[in-house]
Design a protein around this ligand. Structure first.
Ligand code: PLP
Length: 422
């Protein structure tokens, strides 16, 4: 058989370019990571060919005996890893896991209460352009803009005022420990379901370095590709012990939201769950947190505002309001130096969501490639140098070129999958 390079050189070249980019750029997007070669090996198999609508032992297609083994292992491992007694490994993505959870728990038009996108929630937690904001009556809570931490008193007040049927806790940009118990108490007080979307911290939770929402939430959703370091995908978990709820969740995934499961991705999820049970993974997650703290510390030393004053997880937000620098400009300047971050809205942000006055910085990917606290502190210093230049209005072209050269050196010292050649 011919290789892709021969049969489809255009796609092969774009993939090769992306491999080089991943090796040669520093990845600080908090939701990204590098899956292991074994996760990618499982995903690149003949399992992609198989239709398996239904669930293990109850399929709508023949020939499912081997994929049944795969899906059962994935479910069992997910339950063991997170201390759940229900797992659905079929959601194609985090957004679809949330859509299925909503479908199982509430009806269109019902009131839901989630964290606003501008304050660190996800689109699927009730944002206007998303299904969650269109099909439900979405009320949104946010941060206390003085402390940068979740305003639980506001959550409680909004819950009593609006009597939601569903409360969503979880985030895409929050650097502190969430008090899951407090959310459950608020949900119980108004008779609402509590859905926790732990997509960002699932790896930290699996390793025991971030409190688990499983004992507190009725339903927990997550992606499998962020700190958890698996293939792109979604997962639904519960330990509520409610067979009726589990049946509704299964029905909401298939046939409610999806057709056939992606069995090659489910195999890769199973591989990732096994990896996450290892001691190496537990140590990795500790290094992720240590590295985030090391970086946040440098920003603070250099006079930058870190939202909430620091971090307890894998990410932190830098507010550039005082410096008058936009997230958009900072993101672009760092990109020219081969440092990938993302612009992010911060509390009291005067700029639009497309421009913003902040950066979100996360350490899961750099930690996977072996950066230690010293590397991270040096890296944070380079970022501050570039931000200083932007804040003073100096031309930063030479500085960016200088940092880009140092980035290349640091990346070469810590290959992700191995040396890549352009
Ligand atoms: N939930 C949270 C908290 C997220 O941060 C994200 C993605 O960034 C998602 C859900 C959506 O996941 P996906 O991109 O797989 O749909």
């Amino acid at each position: 058989t011919s290789s892709l390079t021969t049969t489809d050189p255009q796609i092969a070249a774009a993939i090769a370019d992306e491999v080089v980019r991943q090796e040669a750029h520093i990845e600080l997007i908090a939701s990204e990571n590098y899956a292991s070669p074994q996760v990618m090996e499982a995903q690149g198999t003949q399992l992609t060919n198989k239709y398996a609508e239904g669930y293990p032992g109850k399929r709508y297609y023949g020939g499912c005996e081997h994929v049944d083994v795969v899906e059962q292992l994935a479910m069992d491992r997910a339950c063991a890893l997170f201390g759940a007694d229900y797992a659905n490994v079929q959601p194609h993505s985090g957004a679809q896991a949330n859509a299925a959870a909503f479908m199982a728990l509430v009806k269109p038009g019902d009131t839901i209460l989630g964290m606003s996108l501008a304050h660190g929630g996800h689109l699927t937690h009730g944002a206007a352009p998303n299904f969650s904001g269109k099909y439900y009556h979405a009320v949104q809570y946010g941060l206390n803009t003085d402390t940068g931490e979740i305003d639980y008193a506001e959550v409680e007040r909004l819950a009593h005022e609006h009597q939601p049927k569903l409360i969503i806790a979880g985030f895409s940009a929050y650097s502190r420990i969430i008090n899951w118990r407090r959310f459950r108490d608020i949900a119980d007080a108004v008779g609402a379901w509590l859905l926790v979307d732990m997509a960002h911290v699932a790896g930290l939770v699996a390793a025991g370095h971030y409190p688990s929402p499983i004992p507190h939430a009725h339903v927990v959703t997550t992606t499998t590709h962020k700190t958890l370091r698996g293939p792109r995908g979604g997962l639904i978990l519960s330990a509520h012990g409610d067979a009726d709820l589990y049946k509704k969740l299964n029905g909401a995934v298939f046939p409610g939201q999806q057709g056939g499961p992606l069995m090659h991705v489910i195999a890769a999820k199973a591989v990732a769950f096994k990896e996450a049970m290892s001691q190496e993974f537990v140590q990795y997650q500790q290094r992720v947190i240590d590295n985030a703290r090391a970086m946040a510390g440098v920003f603070i030393e250099r006079g930058y505002d870190v939202v909430s004053g620091g971090t307890d997880d894998h990410l932190f937000l830098v507010s550039l309001i005082r410096q008058g620098v936009t997230g958009k400009d900072a993101d672009a300047a760092l990109g020219r130096a081969h440092i990938t971050v993302n612009k992010n809205a911060v509390p009291n942000d005067p700029q639009s969501p497309f421009v913003t006055s902040g950066l979100r910085i996360g350490t899961p990917a750099v930690t996977t490639r072996g950066f230690d606290e010293a590397d991270c502190a040096v890296l944070a210093g380079w970022i501050c140098d570039i931000l200083d230049a932007l804040a003073s209005g100096r031309d930063s072209a030479n500085l960016e070129a200088d940092v880009k050269a140092k980035v290349a050196e640091l990346c070469a010292r810590h290959p992700v999958y191995g040396p890549a050649t352009a």
